[in-house]
Ligand binder design. Structure first.
Ligand code: OOG
Ligand code: NI
Length: 464
């Protein structure tokens, strides 16, 4: 018997991301329109701004741009979350970061499953923002018990998916045939179902408590609710949306427009109202809105110091606005954001000097030609052009932005006030493992790039 080699988890993730995109394009035609719009703006940006093309070329991001996307799902129980963690692990995706959405009135906490090493991210940067419903925040004990009993009856994974996960765990991987089957089986968990698991009246009761509760509890599985492509110019894409039959939300979440993009800017369009059959109906007579569209622009990952500055400026702008940003105050919000963020250096050099962002260092042709340099520091090498630097792209999410995205799709009526806030410990207990600190990942990637320069240039750098 010949032993078949394992398919690398990174390739399984790449295939899964493509399969997910194909499924979603079929389910939500507007997603296809959004993809076309983003591709077109990206092409224009690359043609008009060669410096951006050059930067993406040196970091390798140019190759992953077209396949770059994130999705989002919401699950109802600890077992569902823990099994998802095992499913994503087969594709080399780990839970990174902890996000508490209760301050925004959304009864969930979340993590992002993604690849963690820069080489793996380069093969497929696919991420899934995954939220766990916090049933303990439902005040009515009867409704809570009802939600729990409905969730206890569903199984969101196919038996074959569960079997393949166990096989990957026990043997250390999946061969070609098993990997192919795994992608198809895993996809089923995220599919949209037109039939609900509750009656119309039960749906109304759940929805009256919070629309998100109905979205999680009343369905057979955690349908993927959006898939977000990466644009190189979000303002331009947002401007173009109406001409493509897409109506975006009032404000772009995240930092204001800058020369040197930081973190993450996102905008979304309203969820579709879709026909649903409840258990007491034999045809689709009800409706539910869950699925929406989103695009994002990614910039530099910030250090703890940079992130603290970002949070301070964002909070200052929002405090001065005195309300959640919305249609009516959008212009004022944008002006306040621009004004406050004037304090955040808008150049690679400025951010580097102040230690606000993470970077990747590359040995240049000139550096390689120069041969061994004794006793150099990184600053010397940069000054002499022996090493060049590019910001590390932010691979994660932002809690305030995520809250804004949730809100714009659930409607303002979905705002609630919860006495209880973050509970990372409970989340990790449900997950069955700790979440990874994203800042440590960026610091490691930066450090590896410095070590690579040392190796290529044949020197040991002064660390001061
Ligand atoms: C997730 C919303 C958050 C993002 O990009 O910040 C999100 C959800 O609606 O389930 O996707
Ligand atoms: Ni999103």
């Amino acid at each position: 018997m010949t032993v078949q080699p394992f398919v690398s988890p990174d390739l399984i993730r790449q295939r899964f991301s493509k399969a997910m995109s194909d499924m979603y394009r079929e389910e939500v035609p507007l997603y296809g329109a959004l993809m076309a719009l983003v591709e077109q703006t990206n092409r224009e940006v690359l043609a008009r701004q060669p410096a951006i093309a050059e930067q993406l070329d040196s970091t390798g991001e140019i190759e992953r741009l077209d396949m770059e996307r994130h999705g989002a799902i919401r699950v109802g129980t600890a077992t569902e979350l823990a099994t998802l963690a095992r499913l994503f692990a087969v594709m080399g995706m780990q839970p990174v970061g902890y996000y508490d959405l209760t301050p925004a009135g959304v009864p969930v906490h979340s993590t992002a499953f993604r690849a963690v090493h820069e080489d793996a991210l380069q093969i497929s940067p696919f991420r899934v923002f995954t939220s766990l419903l916090r049933l303990e925040l439902i005040e009515d004990p009867e409704l809570r018990a009802f939600a729990e009993s409905v969730l206890a009856q569903r199984s969101i994974f196919t038996p074959e998916a569960l079997r393949l996960i166990a096989q990957a765990e026990s043997t250390g991987g999946l061969d070609e045939r098993a990997a192919e089957a795994f992608v198809l089986q895993a996809l089923e968990t995220f599919r949209w179902h037109h039939s609900a698991t509750v009656s119309a009246a039960q749906y109304q009761t759940l929805s009256a408590q919070h629309r998100l509760i109905a979205d999680v509890v009343a369905f057979k599985g955690p349908h993927i609710n959006h898939l977000t492509p990466r644009t190189l110019d979000i303002d331009r894409a947002q401007e173009q949306m109406p001409a493509h039959g897409i109506t975006p939300k009032a404000v772009i979440e995240g930092p204001p427009r800058r020369q040197c993009p930081i973190l993450l800017r996102q905008t979304s369009f309203k969820a579709l109202d879709e026909p649903i059959a409840f258990t007491d109906q034999n045809e689709t007579r009800g409706s539910h809105s869950a699925r929406f569209g989103e695009i994002e622009q990614r910039g530099a990952a910030l250090t703890p110091k940079g992130r603290a500055l970002y949070d301070r400026l964002l909070n200052a702008a929002r405090d001065e606005l005195g309300d959640f940003p919305n249609e009516a105050n959008a212009a004022r919000y944008n002006a306040l954001m621009t004004q406050h963020f004037g304090e955040f250096p808008d150049s690679v050099e400025g951010m580097r000097e102040q230690g606000l962002a993470y970077f990747r260092y590359f040995a240049t042709e000139k550096g390689l030609a120069a041969g061994r340099l004794a006793d150099a520091s990184l600053e010397d090498l940069l000054r002499d052009g022996h090493v060049k630097v590019e910001p590390l792209v932010y691979e994660d999410f932002l809690p305030v932005s995520a809250a804004g995205i949730f809100q714009s799709n659930l409607g303002d009526a979905a705002q609630a006030h919860y006495g209880e806030h973050a509970n990372r410990q409970a989340f990790e207990q449900a997950l069955g493992r700790a979440t990874i600190d994203e800042l440590a990942l960026y610091a490691e990637t930066q450090q590896r790039s410095i070590e690579e320069c040392e190796k290529l240039l044949g020197l040991k750098l002064n660390r001061n």
